[in-house]
Design a protein around this ligand. Structure first.
Ligand SMILES: *[C@@H]1O[C@H](CO)[C@@H](O)[C@H](O)[C@H]1NC(C)=O
Ligand SMILES: *[C@@H]1O[C@H](CO)[C@@H](O)[C@H](O)[C@H]1NC(C)=O
Ligand SMILES: *[C@@H]1O[C@H](CO)[C@@H](O)[C@H](O)[C@H]1NC(C)=O
Ligand SMILES: *[C@@H]1O[C@H](CO)[C@@H](O)[C@H](O)[C@H]1NC(C)=O
Length: 246
């Protein structure tokens, strides 16, 4: 369902300084990240999605995604996202902080469209693993814009955090606040590894244009010499309630 393979540069279209990807499972190197189209659920749907990489560095990435989808039911069709190359492979109990910043806006969205903006984070017992696989133990979704519903019948557990106060267009938080909550309150083992951190837009029927002006995420472990940022989860920005889906 999720795809990670990189396509060759010949699949990419250059437009000025930005690069656009249009085809189904294509990905693009983006500094410390990989930008992927991930049209994982478009069977029966009519439309398209394009993602444009606007800028990238080791720390920060900026991109835009446009989509138009019709038919194929009301479910999420695609998840254009960036995945961190570096923020992974650390056990939860060893994380001292996981600062993230995400500034985005929805330039245009058709009425009734159910697109949303969300983190998709995967934990597993092994130090590395791909999303939606037998090696996945937990999927943690953090929605910065409201949406309902969640998949079931999976071999991993899903925890969802939904913004209580509507869209959060400028999100600055320590993801470790979510992780420590899951360990201390929800029975997730501290030995679980963060395998993947993705951030992107889930596209449902309708059309929309999402722009991320800047996004970053990193993980500092307590064995690292790096001095972590002291950013903390702001309770005014994010609901602390979590619900588990099985
Ligand atoms: C995305 O949509 C915006 C607004 O309609 C437009 O300006 C931009 O050119 C589109 N980008 C792509 C890659 O289609
Ligand atoms: C995506 O790009 C293709 C090829 O340029 C274009 O035909 C299509 O309309 C674009 N889709 C969106 C949603 O902008
Ligand atoms: C790292 O944190 C874990 C969990 O808090 C702790 O067991 C371990 O001793 C810490 N290691 C160091 C070097 O501080
Ligand atoms: C956890 O931290 C300890 C103490 O620094 C270190 O020895 C160990 O390798 C770390 N484990 C992982 C999986 O990062």
């Amino acid at each position: 369902m999720y795809f990670s393979a990189l396509v060759t540069l010949s699949c990419l279209v250059s437009l000025g300084t930005s690069q656009i990807i249009t085809i189904q499972n294509s990905c693009l190197p983006a500094g410390g990240y990989t930008l992927c189209q991930n049209l994982w659920n478009i069977a029966g749907a009519v439309g398209s999605q394009n993602s444009t990489l606007m800028s990238s560095s080791t720390q920060t990435v900026s991109w835009a995604t446009n989509y138009t989808w019709a038919d194929g039911g009301n479910s999420v069709k695609s998840y254009a996202n960036v995945e961190s190359i570096n923020a992974k492979g650390v056990q939860l109990s060893n994380i001292s902080s996981a600062p993230t910043s995400w500034n985005w806006n929805s330039g245009s969205q058709s009425s009734g469209s159910q697109g949303d903006v969300a983190y998709d984070i995967w934990f597993g017992q092994a130090s590395s693993g791909r999303p939606s696989t037998a090696g996945s133990s937990y999927e943690i979704m953090i929605w910065l814009s409201a949406i309902g519903g969640c998949g079931s019948n999976k071999n991993w557990e899903v925890f969802s955090f939904v913004s209580a106060g509507g869209d959060i267009n400028s999100f600055n938080a320590d993801l470790n606040a979510f992780f420590t909550y899951l360990v201390s309150e929800q029975g997730v083992a501290g030995t679980q590894y963060v395998q993947v951190i993705q951030a992107g837009t889930e596209a449902a029927p309708g059309s929309a244009n999402f722009v991320t002006t800047s996004y970053s995420v990193s993980i500092a472990s307590n064995s690292s010499s790096a001095v972590p940022s002291s950013s903390v989860l702001s309770s005014s920005h994010t609901s602390s309630s979590a619900s588990a889906f099985f």
